[in-house]
Ligand binder design. Structure first.
Ligand code: PLP
Length: 401
């Protein structure tokens, strides 16, 4: 555990995970102490737990414009993603064996896709441009009659690039209509939810499956959800007692679900104010880095095609990992890429920045700053000062080692 000191702590790794809201912790504690029944039990304690689970399901479903019966709780975003890939492959093996994913997806998508590839499925990785936007021509051209699934994330976790989901949904719908196919569209919205509007009745209309995770919106870790369009026949991922309408057996994580519901409610109630704080901090940091630090490359879109929660910058002639540990000494916490993919980091560095065509030097010097509503402009001023000093020192000495 981190020792409690008076030292400054500037947390800028919110895409890795967020600090849980105190209100979420309180709600979960109360659920653990008092509402500990099994939602499947027929007595009053069971019914009380079931009522809370239902309320959370309703809140989260409403937050994405869905009906409560289409939302299933899972143990994490990774589980939701795996359920979609393996479920689609199993459910649609008679229709085809081709799966399209973007090359910049999270490993929670890329690894199951790779596994399916080893089992004989054809996996096409749609390329991305220098700012991580998917190649829409390639995407449209790769839709064929043997395609079963198209999986494109809502927001990229390393760059904050917002993917054109409504455009993709239209391409998929037009293709399905013209060819009589039933290609499913999945969107991993682990980074998008709570940061940009995700509305199945508006900008996400036509999306068939959608993954969520609680810990990116100040909810508990180890808690996810999966939206499955009504009528879509996704096979069960976990078999057992038949919970979650038989899609995902296992006694429900009631404190986690209740905490997720609380976090989603808070995220939606304060949506505009939260986003404005992130946007202001991001803009300040971006402009200050551009003004004060030479030889940098901005790896995130600077316009409205970027999510306000992420800013990725390459400080050329430095090593991101060394900068990270130097900043840590000043109480500033950042990331070099995506923290939850660190076990997959190859010698070549971030697969996302690689897919964007960055040079090894640009990848080596990349830092991801990711924001939350708890950040302030004073923190950004302090961060720029410390980043500038660290970069200058690194460039002067060649290295800190
Ligand atoms: N998808 C994306 C885009 C992510 O950023 C992450 C985590 O960083 C995940 C999936 C995995 O979510 P979880 O940590 O809940 O398994």
């Amino acid at each position: 555990m981190l020792e409690k000191t008076d030292k400054k702590l500037v947390y800028l790794d919110n895409s890795a995970t967020t600090r849980q809201y105190d209100a979420v912790t309180e709600t979960m504690l109360q659920a653990m102490r008092e509402n500990y029944g099994n939602p499947s039990s027929l007595h009053a304690l069971g019914l009380a737990a079931e009522k809370e689970v239902r309320a959370a399901r309703k809140t989260i479903a409403a937050a994405i414009g869905a009906k409560e019966e289409t939302l299933y709780f899972t143990a994490c975003g990774t589980e939701s993603d795996n359920t979609v890939l393996f479920g689609a492959a199993q459910a649609k093996k008679r229709s085809g064996n081709k799966i399209l994913v973007s090359a910049a997806e999270h490993p929670a998508i890329l690894e199951p896709a790779r596994k399916l590839e080893s089992l004989g499925y054809e996996v096409v990785r749609i390329g991305v441009d220098r700012l991580c936007h998917p190649d829409m021509n390639q995407l449209a051209a790769e839709l064929t009659e043997d395609t079963i699934l198209l999986s494109i994330m809502g927001v990229n976790n390393e760059t904050g690039t917002i993917m054109p989901i409504s455009e993709i949904a239209k391409i998929k719908a037009d293709y399905n209509k013209a060819h009589g196919t039933d290609i499913w569209l999945h969107s991993d919205c682990v980074q998008a939810f709570g940061k940009i509007p995700v509305d199945l009745a508006a900008n996400y209309r036509g999306v068939d499956l959608l993954s969520l995770s609680a810990h990116k919106i100040h909810g508990p870790k180890g808690m996810g959800a999966l939206y499955v369009r009504k009528g879509l026949n996704l096979p069960a991922f976990l078999l057992g007692g038949g919970q979650e309408q038989h899609l995902r057996s296992g006694t429900e994580n009631t404190p986690g679900i209740i905490g997720f519901g609380k976090a989603a409610a808070l995220a939606m109630t304060n949506f505009d104010a939260r986003i404005e704080t992130m946007r202001t901090c991001r803009k300040f940091l971006l402009e200050a880095c551009k003004a004060e630090i030479p030889d940098i490359r901005i790896n995130s879109p600077e316009d409205e095609t970027a999510c306000p929660s992420v800013l990725n910058i390459s400080f050329l002639g430095t090593r991101g990992e060394v900068l990270l540990h130097t900043l840590e000494q000043d109480g500033i916490y950042v990331s070099t890429g995506s923290a939850c993919t660190s076990n997959h980091a190859s010698a070549k560095g971030s697969h996302v920045l690689n897919a964007m065509g960055l040079s090894p030097k640009e990848i080596e010097g990349a830092i991801r700053f990711s924001f939350s509503e708890f950040n302030t402009i004073e923190e950004m001023e302090y961060t720029v000062e410390k980043v500038k000093a660290a970069v200058q020192r690194f460039r002067r000495l060649g290295s800190f080692r």
